[in-house]
Design a protein. Structure first.
Ligand SMILES: C[S@@+](CC[C@H](N)C(=O)[O-])C[C@H]1O[C@@H](n2cnc3c(N)ncnc32)[C@H](O)[C@@H]1O
Length: 108
């Protein structure tokens, strides 16, 4: 996992790792199989997204995922109070993500 920033100054909340007793250099997160209605996707565990957001995105930040897939990153962003914008090359993924996110009343 690389956290990349273009600007010289950027948001980095190291305290989030300290608070949750998470090692900085090695993360162990259990796989979380999900059903994505037959779409050939590679969803990753919510916790992986959550850690990245807690460290690299302010509480009311906006998450841009240019590889939306099934929408895990945007869903986790929404559930933690952040806004999200997703883009995908494949219309099926856009429709799947939009439908599942819109079905979840906590997502925007
Ligand atoms: C592994 S999924 C991403 C998972 C996703 N970020 C999530 O949170 O669940 C990768 C997605 O990237 C999309 N993709 C691949 N190349 C792309 C491109 N050039 N532009 C936009 N989307 C692309 C694929 O269609 C696929 O849905």
């Amino acid at each position: 996992m690389f956290l990349l920033a273009q600007a010289r100054k950027y948001f980095f909340n190291k305290q989030a790792l300290v608070d949750h007793k998470i090692e900085e250099d090695m993360w162990t997160i259990s796989a979380q199989p999900k059903s994505t209605s037959g779409l050939d996707t590679a969803p990753f565990p919510d916790e992986l997204v959550q850690r990245c957001l807690d460290v690299g995105c302010s509480d009311n930040g906006v998450v841009l995922d240019p590889f939306l897939g099934s929408g895990t990153s945007i869903r986790v962003a929404n559930l933690s109070g952040r806004s999200g914008v997703g883009i995908d090359l494949n219309r099926d993924f856009c429709e799947y993500a939009a439908t599942t996110l819109l079905d979840d009343e906590k997502c925007t």
